[in-house]
Ligand binder design. Structure first.
Ligand code: CMC
Length: 447
């Protein structure tokens, strides 16, 4: 059997001012190959291997894309080792404290915080698009009564493309693209509220002209046709914080999905609908529902957190501690820190005593001092406490991931738009084939 010896060594020419002169090289079968090193604005380094196959015949293999940068992006920066998250250069802590959700949406999509006038126009434009075509209600008569809200959401968002066929044009002008973006931002809260109302068999509540984005959404969810609901400031503020914290998170599973679907020139509704499906899984956005269900199970099983920690550590048990661990954060998730505080605040202000909060805190404490979790750098993530807040606000647990999607929408739109503005090529990874090679086609008697 032949044997390859592959030497891989990298040297970097450190001409600080001449970033383009940095190169990485490696030797393969006695041939030396050289590739540019790309340096990001936060000093992140990447080797640009886009010419690797042309030059060497080799591809790289990286299941789960743990080391693969799929794009250059100017939207969100995160440093998983230091627990830093910034949107367009602004710290998440500052945005969560000072911004409205629509300000953050504008920032992510268009790159800068809007002036007062621009923000007002953006709000007005969105508000005008909050009504949803009445025919969309027909979909609900086709959904079985127990269908999951995420399946309904992806279907309804994808269906918007049928109602707005002009969005199918991949060469939309900037003005037309803006209309599509505004349309989706406006209709998403209404669609989410319809899903909630239809699941209860209640009539839908329409958006109101005199309400803002979040209070309109909350009124459509919790208000009645004949009676608006007035919310405590603490409730609206908790929603604002949660939506902002979820608004973008660079190249995660659902965002990569949106970008890759959009890279085929698929329209925004179709791309976001695909992102919603990717978010649904319990390893991604679906974790917020899974966390509450796990905490409930622990409570109903006597509250023994050690028993569940042991299950999470047992490699023969498929159980994982939901809401723990993250592909990128290996120190702490800055969003989880903010959410934990918001959770304490909102529960106190609403006077809610939720026994699962004590279980969550006990579980977190035990896990953080357990060697298994310490060695693997597993910390509570954004989903660990968010469900407890959603529950205190009155949402059903199967709506939690839909709320994540509502928050993530501006990020998906921003990433889709950036991908198009940069004219990125269609996403099409390669593979290493491991199947059968040449087989003789058998006749019926040989099968
Ligand atoms: N409970 C127990 N063990 C875990 C957990 C967990 N939650 N997460 C990771 N591990 C272990 C894993 O078994 C592996 O151990 P070993 O090295 O002995 O084989 C090690 O830690 C590394 O895990 P991994 O699965 O290779 O890490 P990953 O980067 O591929 O997965 C993750 C990241 C988020 C999918 C994973 O941590 C997980 O499944 N967490 C629970 C689900 C969850 O909370 N998801 C929400 C993520 S944050 C919201 C979002 O943006 O999606």
């Amino acid at each position: 059997m032949g044997c390859f010896v592959i030497h891989f060594y990298i040297f970097v020419n450190t001409h600080r001012n001449l970033i383009m002169s940095e190169t990485a090289s490696f030797t393969l079968d006695g041939n030396k190959f050289e590739f540019p090193v790309i340096t990001g604005t936060e000093n992140e380094k990447a080797i640009d291997i886009s010419k690797l196959r042309d030059q060497s015949g080799y591809i790289t293999l990286d299941p789960g894309f743990k080391n693969t940068g799929a794009t250059k992006s100017a939207i969100t920066f995160l440093d998983g080792e230091k627990g830093i998250l910034k949107y367009r250069g602004y710290k998440i802590e500052d945005l969560a404290e000072k911004s409205t959700f629509l300000e953050v949406a504008y920032l992510l999509i268009f790159g800068n915080l809007p002036s007062k006038e621009v923000l007002e126009q953006f709000r007005t434009d969105i508000k005008k698009q909050m009504m949803v075509h009445e025919d969309m209600k027909m979909f609900f008569s086709g959904f079985p009564s127990k269908s999951h809200p995420m399946g309904q959401l992806s279907c309804l968002v994808g269906a918007l493309s049928a109602f707005y066929p002009e969005s199918l044009n991949p060469n939309q002008s900037e003005e037309e693209e803006y209309k599509t973006i505004i349309n989706l931002l406006g209709k998403m809260p209404t669609i989410v509220s319809w899903i909630q109302k239809k699941s209860l068999g209640h009539p839908v509540v329409y958006p109101k002209k005199d309400l803002g984005y979040i209070d309109n959404f909350m009124n459509m969810i919790f208000g009645e046709v004949n009676c608006d609901k007035i919310f405590d400031e603490a409730v609206l503020d908790a929603m604002r914080i949660l939506l902002i914290l979820h608004a973008d998170h660079e190249q995660n599973c659902s965002t990569s999905t949106v970008r890759i679907v959009g890279s085929s020139n698929a329209n925004l509704y179709a791309s976001v609908s695909a992102g919603i499906n990717a978010l649904w899984g319990p390893l991604h956005g679906g974790a917020n529902q899974a966390v509450i269900e796990m905490l409930e199970d622990i409570k109903n099983d006597g509250g023994d957190v050690e028993k569940y920690l042991a299950k999470a550590k047992d490699k023969n048990d498929p159980f994982r501690l939901m809401g723990f661990g993250h592909r990128v954060y290996k120190n702490f998730d800055p969003r989880a820190k903010i959410i934990k505080k918001a959770c304490d605040d909102v529960l106190e202000k609403l006077g809610v005593e939720d026994p699962v909060l004590d279980i969550a805190k006990g579980l977190e404490k035990a896990a953080l001092s357990d060697q298994y979790f310490i060695d693997r750098k597993l910390y509570p993530n954004v989903d660990f406490y968010s469900g407890i807040i959603y529950r205190a606000l009155g949402f059903k647990s199967d709506m939690f991931t839909v709320l994540f999607a509502l928050g993530r929408l501006p990020g998906w739109i921003a990433q889709w738009k950036e991908m198009r503005d940069n004219k990125e090529p269609i996403g099409r990874p390669r593979q290493v084939y491991t199947g059968e090679t040449d087989r003789t086609y058998p006749d019926d008697t040989q099968r």
